[in-house]
Design a protein around this ligand. Structure first.
Ligand code: ATP
Ligand code: MG
Length: 584
């Protein structure tokens, strides 16, 4: 399949990239310069994310600028200026301090996307505690797993979530000192406290203790796509990456209105749903509600969103609507759309051009990397189907693991291997919680090995092939599921596709595709044969799926990723494995 490159139109008023020349920016780049663009804590007391993201703006010209614009489930809009956010987060930090929580203590939240979540995140960072957001739709067991592994000392939640999910866990969580309820009027007992009461009792100002770039700030669990979620630890210095990528990839400018659709329970929802936009002093949209195509279009229009950061799963759901309904909205403020989390099928990029009037930019990173590492920058030509090129300050390579446990770089363009990064970028994870051995096993020959397979072309663009665990070995070929899924998605009937290798005595593994159909299409043998013929024409018979199964409910995790391991386990009649992050 040939997808032509999309060039940005240099004269377009919608584009105002910070980075106009990739090579020149690389040559000039240093992390020290980025560090100098961010404020230090007063009195040579180091660097604290929340100070840089909130207080320094509140103390300057942005005091009255809207930091958070929160849209409630029922369409109420609440605005918080940088000045107000400073006060609220200082109060929350005082609450933590009063309750005896300090440096390195884990503060968990289990709430929907409500203002208290954002206040707690930034307040915990001010207090040099470790912020660990939990996704509110988790059931009791995944909540217990994460809180106990994370040594949670305090939990912020709602009365309903407490009653339904947390109450029964309390005696299994001996380290948990307090539960603060955002909607409780009076303290219930010595452990169950009212957050509004505590907030009313403390002072408006808080002196941030000295904070080191290397102090642990965030604990994020991975999405559990490939197995049991891992707890990745990040430091205050990670903000350098958030700031850098806000500048170059999301192209933030002073009057931007930014919307990151991810929940803070996933790393994207914290790195970009809270920190990056505030580090840049712009207005951040938070929507309490879950995905709904019409609601999303309304928000883009009514809130005048200029930069959108979302995920392929949402884009595919918008695509089900077709381009026409989306085109009926006034999206003239929208300037840039970026996507992360899963491969972005070229088809989606073409759809973006038609429906939104601009291509969708793909970028790649992981919970472990803390921030975007590889991206299609606004200032460069997009190659649909490619994740783009490494950020300034990031060295990426394709490597081959050697028998002696090392890793060798593969220089030849177009060769498939494991995607690796040179350790040392500021938001690199500093460990997997309570799993030093697993952490160490991610590094070899001075590379961090990502577990993803990719190729690099002659111009330095990286192309995602698949997760190392998902690669299909069929009749001597290595097939990446993404390539096959993208072709399936190019067929007009297909909404989503997941491709796996199914053990086969003759070819080793045969390629099997699971597809869900767009509305208006019916599963039938004729369509199955048509899809097989369609993929054969595009991919050749060695790579095209031999089997296709229709499934309107492809298993996904809550981060919206198709769980191929589950498709495979179910195909083979094996146990499901960890389902804690699975979507209902
Ligand atoms: P787990 O590690 O628990 O299995 P996970 O890897 O899905 O879960 P995350 O850290 O949220 O958890 O996701 C990172 C992974 O998502 C990457 O390693 C990659 O496989 C995939 N991914 C992210 N962005 C892209 C992208 N633009 N293209 C292709 N894959 C992507
Ligand atoms: Mg992973």
């Amino acid at each position: 399949m040939k997808w032509t490159a999309i060039r940005k139109d240099p004269g377009s008023p919608k584009q105002s990239p910070h980075l106009s020349d990739y090579q020149a920016t690389l040559a000039d780049f240093s992390w020290d310069n980025i560090r100098r663009e961010l404020p230090s804590l007063p009195g040579k007391k180091g660097f604290n994310i929340a100070h840089a993201a909130v207080d320094c703006h509140a103390e300057g010209q942005l005091a009255k600028h809207v930091a958070l614009r929160w849209l409630s489930q029922s369409d109420r809009v609440e605005r918080f200026t940088y000045g107000e956010l400073k006060t609220l987060t200082s109060r929350f930090a005082n609450v933590l301090h009063m309750l005896g929580l300090g440096r390195g203590d884990t503060v968990c939240t289990l709430t929907g996307r409500i203002p208290e979540l954002y206040i707690a995140a930034l307040g915990a960072l001010k207090n040099t505690s470790v912020f660990c957001p939990l996704y509110s739709a988790f059931g009791p067991e995944p909540i217990y797993q994460r809180m106990s592994r994370g040594d949670a000392k305090i939990l912020i939640t709602t009365r309903r979530l407490y009653r339904e999910k947390v109450a029964k866990l309390l005696n299994r969580l001996p380290l948990l000192r307090y539960v603060l309820l955002v909607d409780l009027e009076e303290h219930e007992d010595s452990r169950l406290l009212s957050l509004p009461r505590l907030m009313a009792k403390v002072q408006d100002t808080f002196t941030i203790p000295s904070t080191d770039l290397e102090d642990i700030a965030l604990l994020h669990f991975t999405s559990g796509t490939t197995g049991m979620p891992k707890g990745a630890l990040h430091v205050h210095g990670a903000a350098l990456t958030h700031y850098l990528t806000g500048k170059y990839v999301l192209d933030f400018h002073a009057d931007d209105v930014f919307w990151c659709t991810a929940d803070p329970g996933w790393v994207t929802g914290t790195s970009y749903g809270i920190l990056a936009p505030l580090l840049h002093g712009i207005t951040n949209i938070v929507d309490e509600a879950d995905f709904d195509a019409t609601r999303w279009c309304n928000i883009l229009e009514s809130q005048k969103v200029s930069v959108l950061y979302t995920a392929p799963t949402a884009i595919r759901r918008l695509m089900r609507l077709g381009a026409e309904p989306v085109k009926s909205y006034n999206l003239s403020h929208l300037r840039l759309v970026q996507s992360v989390g899963e491969p972005l099928n070229p088809e989606a990029i073409v759809w973006g051009q038609e429906a939104l009037g601009m291509p969708i930019h793909d970028n790649w990173w992981q919970t472990e990397t803390g921030g975007i590492m590889i991206a299609n920058f606004p200032a460069m030509e997009i190659r649909p189907g490619s994740m783009g090129r490494p950020l300034p300050g990031i060295e990426a390579a394709i490597v081959r693991r050697s028998e002696d446990g090392g890793a060798e770089e593969i220089e030849t363009p177009g060769t498939q291997g494991e995607l690796a990064l040179r350790p040392g970028w500021p938001s690199m994870f500093r460990g997997y919680l309570h799993d030093e051995e697993r952490y160490r096993s991610c590094f070899a020959s001075d590379w961090y090995l990502t577990g993803d397979l990719a190729k690099r072309d002659g111009d330095g663009y990286f192309w995602f092939v698949g997760r190392a665990d998902d690669i299909i070995k069929t009749a001597g070929h290595m097939v990446g599921p993404f390539e096959v899924e993208s072709v399936l998605m190019a067929h007009p009937a297909v909404a989503e596709a997941g491709v796996i290798g199914k053990p086969d005595p003759v070819v080793g593994e045969l390629v099997k595709g699971f597809v869900s159909l767009k509305s208006g299409f019916e599963a039938s043998d004729a369509l199955r044969l048509e899809l097989i013929a369609f993929t054969r024409k595009m991919l050749g018979s060695a790579v095209a799926p031999r089997e296709i199964e229709f499934n309107q409910h492809l298993p996904k995790n809550r981060a919206g990723k198709i769980m191929r391991r589950l498709l495979k386990a179910r195909e083979l009649g094996l146990p499901d494995g960890d389902l804690s992050t699975m979507e209902e």
